[in-house]
Design a protein around this ligand. Structure first.
Ligand code: COA
Length: 390
């Protein structure tokens, strides 16, 4: 079992750099698929799904929507709230299990569409824990002083890797994206501690075989019987794993930050299943109301579920200044991760003017399209010229 943890947010706060969430945004596809609609082509029912999972509907991407387009929309919203320009970003990380390509990364596409030309970009694969892993990486880079600001996105089109014949998995998942902007500040708070964990011995419980698989040349099935590019899951074992690691990792991240579990004001967990969240709340001795849940409307959107739930918690005014917010993700890997944040969005600097910046951002998005097209054209013309010369 590999382990990694960082923390101790209360030490020498005044002299340290802190990583604060200063912007947030979310996007879901246009079309929702209700349990009733699902039960017209899968042998299931609204009663069964709702009783076992708490899910009533999920959003499904149409032909024009993808992981990158959803990520781009969520990113634009997050930049709007942070009121910074895409060109101010140093890093873009997209946590996803359903990337547009193996490479180039979805993060690179988003970087191009935003015109974030000074940002590094990469995708991070840690399944449903991916967003917390990515946020931890970005926060550590900010605290270490190597970057000033980062855009961290969780984005998925799970509908494209589901086996729609398998009623034990296809009822659970949905599509969407959530994003946050993380920025350096001298104001104490922000990300206080993180706990990242992995147990690859559980890799046969939940996964999606892909091009690097031992059986990749066999288009029907991989060695554990799962179909290539389709999700497999051992539901009841994953259920038991999830309830155990949520409570364990939240306790560990509280210890690392030097606070008690009871000091947590809100837990924003990965939205897999309402029963998992209720069981974890009981284990922690916390009121179930302290667990944010919106799984009813979105299903499990994997790496996107935590930032989407964060956006809705903020909108519902469940997140207040100085609150202790715990994020916790768990899933394929097996991997899990928890993070403690002391909420507090530092005041924007004086030279930032919202209206002016909004217009500058829109100009940059337009420039991004032309810049990208003109670069491609230039490359094509140069290629033709070289061919003619030879
Ligand atoms: N509709 C109707 N019946 C279904 C069904 C569906 N969608 N899926 C399974 N069933 C049936 C099974 O065939 C089984 O029937 P049987 O008893 O005749 O064999 C019965 O319901 C019980 O199946 P089981 O798999 O034991 O159900 P469960 O109570 O464990 O619930 C899950 C299944 C998937 C809802 C549950 O295990 C779960 O939520 N696990 C965690 C999954 C998860 O969150 N994964 C992502 C983590 S990131």
């Amino acid at each position: 079992m590999a382990t990694f943890s960082s923390g101790g947010g209360e030490k020498n706060e005044a002299t340290e750099r802190h990583a604060h969430v200063v912007g947030w945004g979310m996007a879901v596809p246009e079309s929702a698929l209700t349990n009733e609609e699902l039960s017209t082509f899968v042998e299931t029912s609204d009663e069964w799904i709702f009783a076992r999972t708490g899910i009533r509907q999920r959003y499904i991407a149409d032909e024009g929507e993808s992981t990158a387009t959803l990520a781009y929309k969520a990113a634009q919203q997050a930049l709007e709230i942070a009121d910074i320009l895409p060109t101010d970003l140093d890093l873009i990380v997209v946590a996803t299990s359903t990337p547009e390509n193996i490479f180039p990364s979805t993060a690179s596409l988003v970087q191009d569409w935003l015109n974030a030309h000074d940002a590094g970009a990469f995708d991070l694969s840690a399944a449903c824990s991916g967003f917390v892993y990515a946020l931890n990486m970005a926060a550590d880079s900010i605290r270490a002083g190597s970057i000033q600001s980062a855009l961290v996105i969780g984005a998925e089109t799970m509908s494209r890797i589901l086996d729609w014949q398998d009623r034990s998995t296809c009822i659970l998942f949905g599509d969407g994206a959530g994003a946050v902007v993380l920025q350096a500040s001298e104001v104490p708070g922000g990300v206080l501690s993180s706990v990242l964990r992995s147990d690859g011995a559980g890799s046969d419980l939940l996964g999606i075989p892909s091009v690097g698989s031992i059986d990749a040349d066999d288009s029907r099935a991989s060695s554990n019987g799962a179909k290539l590019y389709k999700m497999y899951m051992a539901g009841s074992e994953v259920f038991r794993f999830a309830t155990r690691v949520i409570s364990e990792s939240i306790e560990q991240t509280c210890t690392a930050a030097g606070i008690q579990v009871n000091d947590i004001d809100l837990v924003i967990p990965h939205q897999a299943n309402l029963r998992i969240l209720q069981a974890a709340a009981r284990k922690l001795g916390l009121d179930a109301d302290k667990f944010m849940s919106n799984v009813e409307r979105y299903g499990n959107t994997s790496a996107a579920s935590i930032p989407i739930a964060l956006c809705e918690a903020i909108e519902q005014k469940r997140v207040q200044d100085k609150d202790h917010i715990a994020l916790v993700g768990f899933g394929g890997g097996l991997a899990w991760a928890a993070m403690l944040i002391r909420w507090g969005v530092p005041e924007p600097s004086e030279q930032q003017g919202s209206m002016f910046n909004r217009q500058r951002r829109h100009v940059q998005y337009r420039i991004a399209k032309w810049r990208s097209r003109s670069r491609r054209w230039r490359r094509r013309v140069n290629r033709k010229v070289r061919e003619i010369r030879v």
